[in-house]
Design a binder for this molecule. Structure first.
Ligand code: SF4
Length: 406
């Protein structure tokens, strides 16, 4: 199989964090993670969605832990997943009462691989530091890492107000947007500092600072990357639905990843009406793969089609090949190491078909309008055969499967 990518770009140095056996930061590749949207108290649904996300390629899955019922369900979810042979690390997403839930549900604290703390709502006024400390102490006690996850929508208002006042007292050198960005960065860094002072190791702290605007995200993470060496979790929050969410997330994270910033990513897409949550995992994988950082699934190169293709055979073939590969990947990955490096080409006519197909491990050039009804197939850069007849598409799909198996 041909190698598809050149050397990845240099990464920013960060301290690696072990999240239930998956390293985030350090020398580890950029990790793909996602989050369920089930009620965690519903064990069946949560297990099913964690399993689906993991099968799609999510290497860490976060679940909401918002009340006693959900905290009580976590050990059973962990156990059920293990019985299914799924060891994906589970992260507990805590807001407001995380300190209480972790104290009241020791089995939940033990079953989770990481705790997410939101410094903007961990507690208010005089309770804030105490409740933050209570979560950090649990993390130390159970030997778990934390993600200090600042979010623009729940930013620490006391800190923001203080920075606004200071800026005004200094003659307002910063715009309101710049003060907001500074407040987000400071909230993450001050919280990390406080956690370290409480005794949590640097190798137990991941930071995130999620905002909903692309330029804000780039600015905030660039500032964070300059000011610390904590592992960074990238994510554009409230990215939106469909192509808008995909484009916004890819634009923001692509620029940061290109600069070597980011140790784990989550693409936060509003779920499609059909409820499929795995799309965000697929997009995250495609972002990392197209940028050359990781390889998850074989690439299917397909031309866009033009007036030389009047039928939709080649689009359908390209789609079937891509979907078939995705479906079989969990199995193939185990059986055929390196399968993700495969490159398949499905081309619509003779203009670029043979050339592109020769650059792939296996490729086909379908007949365009006016061409002979024959489709040359290229394997490892050489013409292997010509397919003819009404079953060209099915024959080629079988050839791809056979090639992988051989
Ligand atoms: Fe059109 Fe042929 Fe190019 Fe495909 S390979 S876009 S069908 S000219």
């Amino acid at each position: 199989m041909t190698g598809y990518f050149s050397t990845p770009f240099p990464r920013r140095h960060s301290v690696g964090v072990d999240v239930g056996g998956v390293t985030v930061g350090g020398d580890a590749p950029v990790i793909v993670q996602s989050m369920t949207n089930t009620d965690t108290a519903d064990i069946d649904q949560t297990v099913a969605q964690v399993a689906a996300l993991h099968r799609a390629g999510s290497e860490i899955v976060r679940i909401t832990v918002d009340r006693d019922e959900s905290a009580a369900a976590v050990p059973a979810i962990r156990e059920r997943l293990e019985r299914l042979g799924i060891n994906v690390p589970l992260v507990g997403d805590f807001h407001y009462i995380g300190h209480k839930l972790l104290a009241d549900h020791p089995a939940c604290a033990e079953a989770l691989a990481k705790y997410r703390i939101n410094p903007g709502n961990v507690g208010f006024k005089d309770k804030k530091d105490k409740q933050f400390a209570a979560i950090v102490e649990k993390a130390i006690f159970y030997d778990k890492p934390v993600r200090i996850g600042v979010n623009w929508g729940s930013l620490d208002q006391e800190l923001l107000t203080r920075l606004m006042d200071e800026n005004q007292a200094n003659g307002s050198p910063l715009t309101a947007q710049e003060v907001m960005r500074e407040a987000i960065v400071q909230s993450a860094l001050l919280s990390a500092e406080a956690a370290e002072q409480l005794g949590l190791g640097r190798d137990k702290i991941i930071l995130s600072a999620k905002v909903s605007q692309v330029q804000d995200l780039i600015a905030v993470y660039t500032m964070l990357a300059e000011r610390c060496d904590h592992a960074l979790h990238l994510g554009l929050t409230e990215a939106g639905m469909g192509s808008k969410g995909i484009v916004a997330s890819s634009a923001a994270m692509g620029i940061l990843l290109q600069q070597g910033i980011g140790d784990t990513i989550r693409i936060s897409l509003t779920p499609e009406p059909n409820g499929d949550r795995t799309r965000e995992v697929q997009v995250a994988q495609e972002l990392l793969q197209t940028m050359g950082f990781r390889q998850f699934v074989p690439i299917v190169a397909a031309c866009p089609g033009c007036g030389r293709t009047t039928s939709t055979v080649f689009q359908e073939l390209a789609q079937n090949i891509q979907e078939g590969i995705r479906k079989n990947m969990p199995e193939w990955r185990k059986k055929y190491p390196g399968v993700e490096e495969l490159k398949v080409a499905v081309m619509g006519c003779i203009v670029n078909g043979p050339g592109e197909s020769k650059h792939a491990d296996i490729g086909i050039s379908l007949p365009g309008t006016g061409e002979m009804p024959a489709a040359p197939v290229f394997i490892d850069g050489k013409k292997a055969m010509t397919l003819r007849g009404p079953d060209i598409a099915q024959d080629f799909e079988k050839m791809v499967a056979d090639y992988i198996e051989q």
